[in-house]
Design a binder for this molecule. Structure first.
Ligand SMILES: [Zn+2]
Ligand SMILES: [Zn+2]
Length: 388
């Protein structure tokens, strides 16, 4: 029997508990940093299995760290469990925590049975959708001594980690002067005009951007009544790129557009919030290859037509610190396309088919972990590619 088949058997021995965890999380969607039930359920299960768990990890109430073994080599698995406002688990994070705990228990059981030295680290990382806890968790040294890291996300189809973009969020408020919009327009300064000109500037700029870049925004404030010249208006933009150089260029250009819009209208402006941002994801091709072989062996072949990822994730910061991958497991039973962040994906993430796919994801993740822990030559190759 191959390693991945053995791992699937180990995962299936725990399937009642893993499925219960995933479904409880699915039924009780909790938003970023409020994942109290999801965090508690994972910590309770890990303790029941005999592991020690550090809660309130890195100062986050809903983060945790759990370790098995000691020293080197070390493999890390990250868990996510936050939901989206309005559409619950429309990103399927209930399957991520189930898959990660499944991989952790299967890999550690295998290590015990076969006297395999090394360490497995499971990190409970809240607020992926909004808040990006992995930035602080990684910066605080959570991955010190770790040779490679992994997690698996749900999607409509099984695919490799094809990377994702870095992101920075800007919140801007323009301040003008109110006046009667019809009776005394000449005494007003229109803050909404500055917002409109920001969108015009961004839209004109878009054509000159590389295909991999993204910029998209919403209006957060736009005035009170048509007969009052808006003295205050605001917008929020996400700026994304596939490398730090373009991210910096785009950040600076966006700020110039804001300044230009303020100058054209005579408004003042204030950048009310700038996120620390997350980094672009750097997938390791050797780990992707191993994922592809093992998940295919379990009957879920990788769809290679999937192009470069254009979302963003705080796992980007993990992948820029150690060799890592964040591939996807398909949960669309009839293989039709389902949009991410949708009610349809939420529905699919609560079905028995998704749970059976989650078990396969755990098993394939465990085979990658086992290779990292037992093959020094492979670890060296991962490092060489990472440092390129
Ligand atoms: Zn999402
Ligand atoms: Zn997600």
């Amino acid at each position: 029997m191959s390693d991945v088949q053995k791992f699937l058997q180990l995962v299936e021995a725990y399937s009642a508990e893993l499925d219960n965890l995933s479904m409880e999380v699915w039924k009780n969607p909790e938003l970023a940093f409020k994942e109290f039930t999801a965090c508690k359920l994972q910590c309770e299960l890990l303790r029941k299995w005999g592991f020690e768990v550090t809660e309130n990890y890195c100062g986050f109430e809903t983060a945790y760290r759990c370790e098995y073994g000691s020293g080197s080599p070390a493999f890390a698995i990250t868990s996510e469990y936050d939901a989206l406002p309005g559409i619950g688990h429309g990103c399927g994070h209930n399957l991520i925590c189930g898959a990660s705990l499944g991989a952790f228990i299967a890999l550690t059981e295998y290590m015990k049975a076969n006297n395999i030295p090394g360490k497995v680290v499971l990190l409970g990382t809240p607020a992926e959708e909004s808040g990006s806890s992995k930035v602080k968790i990684v910066d605080s040294g959570a991955l010190d001594g770790v040779d490679a890291a992994m997690m698996v996300h749900a999607s409509w189809r099984t695919c490799l980690d094809t990377g994702c973009l870095s992101i920075k969020r800007f919140d801007v408020v323009f301040k003008g002067k109110a006046s009667h919009a019809s009776g005394s327009p000449h005494l007003g300064i229109n803050a909404l005009d500055a917002v409109n000109l920001t969108f015009a500037g961004v839209n004109a700029w878009r054509q000159q951007l590389p295909e991999s870049s993204r910029i998209h925004g919403i209006v957060t404030e736009g005035g009170l009544k048509p007969n009052i010249t808006p003295d205050r208006a605001g917008c929020c933009f996400f700026v994304r790129a596939d490398n730090p150089e373009w991210q910096d260029k785009m950040n600076n250009r966006f700020l110039d557009i804001i300044k230009g819009a303020a100058l054209m209208t005579g408004c003042e402006y204030e950048i009310t919030k700038v996120s620390s941002g997350t980094k672009a994801r750097k997938p390791n091709s050797l780990m992707n290859q191993l994922w592809m072989e093992n998940i295919a062996e379990l009957g879920s072949p990788v769809d290679l037509s999937f192009g470069p990822g254009r979302g963003s994730s705080d796992f980007g910061n993990v992948s820029q610190t150690v060799p890592a991958i964040h591939p996807y497991i398909g949960i669309s039973e009839d293989h039709t396309e389902i949009a991410g962040h949708s009610a349809a994906l939420c529905a699919a993430a609560g079905k028995p088919y998704a749970l059976s796919q989650m078990h396969k994801a755990s098993a394939a993740m465990a085979t990658v972990g086992l290779k990292v822990l037992t093959d020094a030559d492979y670890r060296e190759k991962l490092k060489i590619e990472f440092n390129k």
